[in-house]
Write a protein that binds this ligand. Sequence first.
Ligand SMILES: NC(=O)c1ccc[n+]([C@@H]2O[C@H](COP(=O)([O-])OP(=O)(O)OC[C@H]3O[C@@H](n4cnc5c(N)ncnc54)[C@H](O)[C@@H]3O)[C@@H](O)[C@H]2O)c1
Ligand SMILES: CC(C)[C@H](C(=O)O)[C@@H](O)C(=O)O
Ligand SMILES: [Mg+2]
Length: 357
Amino acid sequence: MKIAVLPGDGIGPEIVAEAIKILEVLRAEGISLELDVAPVGGAAVDQTGDPLPPSTLTLCEQADAVLFGAIGGPRYDTLPREQRPERGLLRLRKAMDLFANLRPAQVFPELVAASTLRPEVVSGLDILIVRELTGDIYFGEPRGIRTNGAGEREGFNTMVYSESEIRRVAHWGFQAAMRRQRRLCSVDKMNVLECTQLWRDVVTEIAPEYPEVTLSHMLVDNAAMQLVRHPRQFDVIVTGNLFGDILSDEASMLTGSIGMLPSASLNARGQGLYEPIHGSAPDIAGQGKANPLAQILSVAMMFRYSLHRSDLAERIEEAVRSVLAQGIRTADIAQAGEGIVSTGQMGDAVATALRAH
Ligand SMILES: NC(=O)c1ccc[n+]([C@@H]2O[C@H](COP(=O)([O-])OP(=O)(O)OC[C@H]3O[C@@H](n4cnc5c(N)ncnc54)[C@H](O)[C@@H]3O)[C@@H](O)[C@H]2O)c1
Ligand SMILES: CC(C)[C@H](C(=O)O)[C@@H](O)C(=O)O
Ligand SMILES: [Mg+2]
């Protein structure tokens, strides 16, 4: 199994190092894993001037899966847009056609107390956000900053979805719901935006193909509110790129920390890119404070979706569970009075638990 490893910037390399400890445990058991590390984001800009060098893209295209850390940082925010770290990630998602982004928000029982919501609201929570990842206002043209007729600058972007783009990710949402509680909530803003009126129309059109799934629709502002009011009403949420980006950060806090949420970004060929949903966290980079569990849980998703080893995915998730049950906490998930471990200690603890299971 060939894995392209792209650590990136900020806490990216720190948490990827912990994910590699997990892969090393499995390698020691005889599982054949080839890891090829390549630069992306700001690290690649520093080396080559390009946030996604051609050699990195080729490596990813030829791999069975991509393990991605995080990219970005204030140092790069004033560069021309094409040279910014974020463009490297967006170009990689687009080039590999990774349109289906799965972001599961599950609350580990041991972390119910770490949630910002009351235990009775989040206990047992298990939501899957299916975020469209290669369309929407992220990629729509025209875009830019121009001078308007009044001689002042105006910024503009284009929210655009073709029906085929909506259809393929909606199928993903319905099929995921079939494997779960069979409830799909499609989130849009059809009361204002034509683009998302089409979204609602297309999702509604394909619903008859899934008679066992209960489909509902919700406007995104209400969805943001409902996620903190009564999150367990949701099973699978399917939504566009921008709304999915925002709602998944919100949903992460229900689980205790953004440092807990992994993701899988999949194309129709079964290739996948696996990354935490959070960013490079410049405020804590280099301090050993980052929670590596989102990255480690992304490794579990990689075994489930691209490497066809659900057994290994479950073992990794079980190892995380057992570490949390032992009370081992990084700062972001610790309660007052609980001891705090470093990024490296958390990774070591999961590796030890994995060896034992
Ligand atoms: N996929 C990605 O690589 C990705 C995702 C989001 C943001 N970004 C980039 O990251 C940079 C910083 O963005 P931001 O600050 O808005 O978002 P962020 O997700 O990096 O950080 C937000 C907050 O969450 C905390 N946090 C994030 N991950 C954590 C972890 N694993 N453990 C503990 N705490 C964690 C950070 O310390 C920070 O306080 C920007 O350049 C942005 O473009 C990259
Ligand atoms: C860094 C940025 C381009 C990215 C996004 O908006 O998709 C990030 O926020 C994410 O959630 O993966
Ligand atoms: Mg985001």
